[in-house]
Design a protein around this ligand. Structure first.
Ligand code: ARG
Length: 461
């Protein structure tokens, strides 16, 4: 028999084309466990308002337990006529406890308040898993920072050599955005922790059911203030989509660097065999596929968010069937991140850096020119003039094809009388690094503090 929840006013069943278009069980079936949890809570409030006897409640709960077992074992699965997860599970319940009792559960609720609630339950659970997987990436970065100690590298702006920095400082710069992403998920959860159950189709329930009791049982901190908002709003889903996209973009920026660093030209890093791939034709190849897939998935995650926002734009209140299109993008975001994050953490944890090469390149490209200018400032030369003088040093070096340290005392005085031989003290990578000793700077002592604070942030989550 048809399991449709709305047959009464229709003369015939839906066309097959409509049934196929309408179908959502191939993606909303993952909400079955939450749907059943919602049904248990709903059965209890039906009992609380006298619409189910104690006996009926017990039978209902036993039926739901049986249904859950059968869903988990794969014994019970949806069929084409089921339309969605809610319909399928009502059919399953009726098959187990009969239509007389099973048919009572739907009173006072609608698929509109159900789906809004279940998606939140599911995403809250996934957000916790994603946070923990993100923190694994952060810890892998922290371990790498620690293992690479005081090793310097060329710091870049515009992808050009700028100033030397610690490799650890650079790695930790990729960790902090991920910590903020974890914070974003936690902050998001406060808004997601509101149940829509009790909103009914849009106007609320007339049966004396307590939405707060359902909310509490399902782990929410409250229920919706407004039943229209409860069933129609998807901003919380879109916000989850944004945080997912941001995580993708953050990983993608790091990925781009790993891909560059692994090139022959950079030769900064070697990827572990277990976290890189080969070529089917070129025997010598070792490719950074995890980083590339992360970069690719970032595009996909941005697409998920864009699709979702575009679906929402211009939708009138309250529920519209368009809203069924909210789930695939956000589920895709979840699946993409859950696949990507463990591989990414493994890749980061096994990177091997060529510290010698990075140290050799750190002073190249006149990356200590700023240190010359700042040395002059400490000799009371105005920075405007100091900048000019240091620039003149670079010009002379470039003309002669030498480095700043190769300039003689005579060269220095010829460029500016302010330049004494003392300037040589700052013309080392070590000196440049150690001088950036204010909070947040790349001085080894500050990076140690930073690492400690990062570890504490990880431990605090
Ligand atoms: N499957 C729908 C969704 O995902 C929920 C059911 C609401 N359907 C309806 N015809 N009111 O949004």
């Amino acid at each position: 028999g048809a399991s449709r929840l709305w047959g009464g006013r229709f003369a015939g069943g839906p066309s097959e084309a409509l049934a196929r278009l309408s179908l959502s069980t191939h993606f909303d079936w993952r909400l079955a466990r939450h749907d059943i949890a919602g049904s248990r809570a709903h059965a209890r409030v039906l009992h609380g308002s006298g619409l189910l006897t104690g006996d009926e409640l017990e039978q209902m709960l036993a039926g739901l337990d049986q249904l859950e077992t059968d869903v988990e074992s794969g014994e019970f699965t949806p069929v084409l006529a089921d339309e969605d997860v809610h319909t399928a599970l009502e059919r399953g319940l009726v098959e187990r406890i009969g239509a007389d009792l099973g048919g009572r559960l739907r009173a006072g609720r609608s698929r509109n308040d159900q789906i809004a609630t279940l998606v939140r339950m599911y995403l809250r659970e996934q957000a916790r898993a994603i946070s923990s997987e993100l923190l694994d990436v952060v810890s892998a970065l922290a371990d790498q920072a620690e293992a690479n100690g005081d090793a310097p590298m060329p710091g870049r702006t515009h992808l050009q050599h700028a100033q030397p920095v610690l490799l650890a400082h650079h790695l930790l710069a990729h960790a902090w955005p991920l910590v903020r992403d974890v914070e974003r998920l936690r902050d998001w959860d406060r808004r997601a922790a509101v149940s829509a159950y009790g909103s009914g189709a849009l106007a609320g329930s007339s049966l004396g059911l307590d939405p707060e009791a359902v909310a509490a049982e399902l782990g929410f901190s409250s229920s919706a203030e407004n039943s229209i908002d409860g069933t129609a709003a998807r901003d919380v889903i879109a916000e989850f989509g944004f945080v997912s996209a941001m995580i993708g973009v953050d990983l993608s920026r790091f990925s781009e660097e790993i891909i560059l660093w692994a090139t022959r030209e950079f030769s900064f890093v070697t990827l572990d065999d277990a976290y890189s791939t080969g070529s089917s034709i070129m025997p010598q190849k070792k490719n950074p596929d995890i980083a590339e897939l992360a970069r690719g998935k970032a595009g996909r995650l941005v697409g998920d968010l864009t699709g979702l926002l575009t679906t929402l734009k211009g939708l009138p209140l309250a529920y519209n069937r368009d809203l069924q299109e909210d789930k695939e993008p956000v589920f895709d975001a979840v699946d993409s991140l859950r696949l990507l994050l463990p591989a990414f953490a493994g890749m980061v944890g096994t990177l091997v850096f060529d510290r010698t090469r990075m140290a050799e390149l750190a002073p190249e490209g006149f990356s200590l020119a700023t240190d010359v200018a700042e040395w002059l400032v400490r000799q009371r030369v105005p920075f405007r003039e100091a900048h000019e003088i240091a620039g003149a040093c670079v010009r002379v070096c470039e003309e002669r094809g030498i480095d700043l340290v190769d300039l003689t005392d005579e060269d220095f005085t010829a460029i500016s009388p302010h330049l004494g031989p003392g300037v040589r003290e700052v013309l080392t990578v070590r000196g440049a690094l150690e001088s950036r000793a204010a909070k947040g700077g790349t001085a080894p002592a500050r990076v140690k503090d930073q690492l400690e604070r990062l570890r504490a942030a990880v431990a605090g989550h």
